[in-house]
Design a protein around this ligand. Structure first.
Ligand code: NAP
Length: 277
């Protein structure tokens, strides 16, 4: 399968390139806001499938940078999907658990209706809808709290701050299912190979709080850090996040693929072994 990945420098993009022996394009190669350049790249490579791993991921900054978040997460993915649809090329795009709001207390399946709380969440939801409207065969994968060895993510941030400070406050009343970029890439490639379409949830098979996740990171890194739980309202981030956004991977289960991703703890342990942390 000839695979073309936009956003090849990102956490997920670089894993897709590695796992799928794909052609990867970075922002320097093609800025996806330049749709002529996107189209030209697709015409030059003739891929069997296109993955869009680009995103405006600064959740808090998006609150004051709405236009750019909407452009990169919402409008551009729809146009990329339309370019692929016109050429009959499958298109894979990514979204987030933050399309859901505060009305959940158990794992959220693909059937539930999004109700985002933030600009970021709304821009990603706009992107989901735009992609699926433009390309009825597109695959949209929602995921959560991605981590990879070199990326900007919670695992690396905790390790850096833990070494610098020795004492940290971490939010304990928001529950998520953090997900390894490498496992996400492997499952994405399998879903594309199977020709799946529509929305899929791909996250670790259980949820945790950011506080408990930080505890595990310090334990596995053998860092002695004093952790204090803090409520999200005390933390006061500019963007509102859901209290509980653990996704249910119902569609993966139906395909028998849910066993290719472990619990958040098992996935984190594997990440530490594989990345030699
Ligand atoms: N990270 C998470 O925790 C998380 C959670 C839920 C969902 N997701 C979704 O999962 C997907 C992958 O996330 P990720 O963590 O791999 O993201 P990431 O590491 O932030 O990578 C995003 C990539 O997009 C590139 N990019 C941004 N704007 C671009 C543009 N205009 N033209 C070309 N490239 C552009 C960035 O390039 P530069 O490096 O040059 O900026 C970066 O390489 C995204 O759709 C994201 O919304 C992520």
């Amino acid at each position: 399968m000839k695979i073309l990945v936009f956003g090849a420098n990102g956490q997920l993009g670089s894993e897709l390139v590695r796992e799928g022996s794909a052609r990867g394009l970075t922002r320097e190669d093609v800025d996806v806001r330049d749709l002529k350049a996107v189209k030209k790249a697709i015409e030059q490579y003739h891929p069997d499938v296109v993955f869009n791993a680009t995103a405006y991921n600064a959740v808090d900054k998006a609150e004051s940078d709405k236009d750019e978040a909407l452009l990169v997460n919402g409008i551009v993915p729809g146009k990329m999907a339309a370019i692929c649809a016109a050429k009959n090329i499958p298109f894979v795009h990514y979204s987030t658990d933050y399309v859901f709001g505060d009305s959940h207390a158990k794992p959220i399946s693909e059937l539930e209706t999004p109700d985002p709380l933030s600009v970021y969440g709304r821009s990603k939801l706009f992107g989901e809808n735009a992609v699926l409207r433009a390309h009825p065969g597109a695959l949209v994968i929602r995921t959560t709290g991605i981590y990879s060895p070199g990326g900007q993510n919670f695992v690396n941030t905790m390790q850096r701050l833990g070494k610098e400070r020795g004492s940290l406050r971490v939010v304990s009343d928001q529950f998520v299912a953090p997900t390894s970029a490498s496992t996400l890439a492997k499952i994405s490639l399998r879903l594309a190979e199977l020709g799946e379409d529509g929305i899929f949830h791909v996250v670790s098979q259980s949820g945790t709080s950011w506080y408990e996740f930080a505890q595990a990171i310090f334990e596995l890194s053998e860092l002695d850090v004093e952790l204090q739980p803090v409520k999200a309202t005390e933390w006061g981030a500019p963007a509102r996040r859901p209290r509980y956004s653990v996704l249910d991977t119902a569609r993966l289960r139906l395909l028998g693929l849910d066993e290719s991703i472990g619990s958040w703890r098992a996935e984190l342990e594997r990440f530490f072994v594989e990345s030699g942390e």
